[in-house]
Design a protein around this ligand. Structure first.
Ligand SMILES: Nc1ncnc2c1ncn2[C@@H]1O[C@H](COP(=O)(O)OP(=O)(O)OP(=O)(O)O)[C@@H](O)[C@H]1O
Length: 344
C-alpha cells in the first residue's frame, strides 16, 4: 500500500456517467453527468440521477444540461459544480475521508491542453488537494486487467457516451491511439433521425437510448425483437405509439457502428507488427457502455479478423482503472510514461 493515498479518489468523468472509485471500497458513486440549472436565478436545481429525469421535461426556467457532452468540458462552471457534488457524495459515504483528497480524473485522450487544464482547475476548485489526469484508454486497460506494464501489445476500445477511444498499449505507455467523437450519444441521435425519417415521429433522447439498449444490435438478431415507443407525430402534432423492430435499429445504427470499426482499423494499421501479433494472440478488449451493444464484438471480429472480447463490467473499467492508477501512483511517476500528468 502506498501511504497517503488510501482516502483519495479516482473519478471517471464521463460524458454520460460519472463514477467515483475509492480504494478498498470500490465504486461509491455512479450517477449520470447531468446538471439541472434554474435559468432565472442561475442556481443549481439538481445534479445526477434526479437531473437526468428532467431531460426533455423541464419548464422554461429550468435547463437540464450535460456539461461534458462530446467528451469535453462544454461548460466550465457547471462541470466544476458537478465535480464538487460528486466528491461530496463520495465523502458522505465515509465520514473518515480527508477534507482535501488527492483526485485522479480520467479524461478522453483527444482533449486539448486547454481542456485538460480546465478539468484540473475544476477538480481543484471542487476541493482537491492535488489533481492528476489519466487518459481514458490507459485507465480502461488497467481496469480491464490488461498487462499494461509488460513488453506486450494490448488493444483496448473504450466506447463511452461521447467518445470512442482506441489505443494500443505496451510497457506502460500508449503506443498509438485514436479518439473519435462517435459513441453512444451518436447512436441515440441516429435512432432519433431514423424514426423521424421513416415514421415522421419525433422521439426524445431517453426513448432512443432505451431502444438501443433493449432491442439494439450491431448485426440483425437471429430472432427479431420489438419495442413499443411513444413520440410526437410531426404531421398531426399529436402523441402516437409505434412498434419498432430490432432490425430497424440495426439499420439505424449501421453508420455509427461502421465509424467505430473504421477507427479500430486505422489504429491497427498504425500498430507496429510485433504488437499487432500480440493483439492477435490476446484479442481486442472492448470497454465502456457501448461495448454492451449486442453483437458489436462479433461484427468487429469479422471486420478485423482479430479475436474480440468484451471486458467484465465494461461500464466500470475506466473508474476501476483510475482508482488502481492512484494506488500505483509511484509506478507512474518513476516510469515517467506520460500516461498521467500532475499539475505540480
Ligand atoms: N446495454 C447497452 N447497449 C448499448 N449501449 C449501452 C448499453 N448500456 C449503456 N450503453 C451506453 O453506454 C454509454 C455510456 O457509457 P459510459 O458510461 O462508459 O460512457 P462515459 O464514460 O460516460 O462516456 P465517455 O467515455 O464518452 O466520457 C451511453 O451512451 C449508454 O447509452
Amino acid at each position: 500500500m502506498i501511504g497517503g493515498f488510501t482516502k483519495d479518489l479516482g473519478i471517471d468523468l464521463g460524458t454520460a456517467n460519472t463514477l467515483v472509485y475509492v480504494r478498498g471500497k470500490g465504486i461509491v458513486v455512479r450517477e449520470p453527468s447531468v446538471v439541472a440549472i434554474r435559468t432565472d436565478t442561475k442556481t443549481i436545481e439538481a445534479v445526477g440521477e434526479s437531473a437526468k429525469k428532467m431531460i426533455g421535461r423541464t419548464p422554461g426556467n429550468i435547463r437540464a444540461i450535460r456539461p461534458m457532452k462530446d467528451g469535453v468540458i462544454a461548460d466550465f462552471d457547471t462541470t466544476a459544480t458537478m465535480i464538487k457534488y460528486f466528491i461530496r457524495q463520495a465523502q458522505k459515504q465515509r465520514s473518515m475521508f480527508q477534507r482535501h483528497p488527492n483526485v485522479m480524473v480520467c479524461v478522453p485522450s483527444g482533449i486539448t491542453a486547454v481542456e485538460q487544464r480546465a478539468v484540473e482547475d475544476a477538480t481543484r476548485q471542487a476541493g482537491a488537494r492535488e489533481a492528476y489526469i489519466i487518459e481514458e484508454p490507459f485507465a480502461a486497460a488497467i481496469g480491464a486487467d490488461l498487462p499494461v506494464w509488460e513488453p506486450t501489445g494490448s488493444m483496448v476500445v473504450d466506447i463511452g457516451g461521447g467518445t470512442t477511444e482506441v489505443a494500443v498499449i505496451s510497457l506502460g505507455g500508449i503506443v498509438t491511439s485514436r479518439s473519435v467523437r462517435v459513441a453512444g450519444d451518436e447512436m441515440d441521435e441516429s435512432i432519433i433521425q431514423y424514426i423521424k425519417r421513416q415514421y415522421n415521429l419525433m422521439i426524445g433522447e431517453r426513448t432512443a437510448e432505451q431502444l438501443k439498449m433493449d432491442v439494439g444490435s450491431a448485426l440483425p438478431l437471429e430472432k427479431a425483437e420489438t419495442m413499443e415507443i411513444r413520440g410526437r407525430d410531426l404531421v398531426t402534432g399529436l402523441p402516437k405509439t409505434l412498434t419498432i423492430t430490432s432490425d430497424e435499429i440495426s439499420e439505424a445504427l449501421a453508420d455509427t457502428v461502421n465509424a467505430i470499426i473504421e477507427a479500430v482499423k486505422v489504429t491497427l494499421e498504425k500498430c507496429p507488427p510485433e504488437l499487432a501479433a500480440d493483439i492477435m494472440d490476446r484479442g481486442i478488449v472492448l470497454t465502456g457502455g457501448g461495448a454492451l451493444l449486442r453483437n458489436l464484438d462479433k461484427l468487429l471480429a469479422r471486420e478485423t479478423g482479430m479475436p474480440v472480447i468484451v471486458a467484465e463490467n465494461p461500464l466500470d473499467c475506466v473508474a476501476i482503472g483510475t482508482g488502481k492508477a492512484l494506488d500505483n501512483i509511484h509506478l507512474f511517476k518513476t516510469r515517467g510514461n506520460g500516461a498521467f500528468r500532475s499539475k505540480r
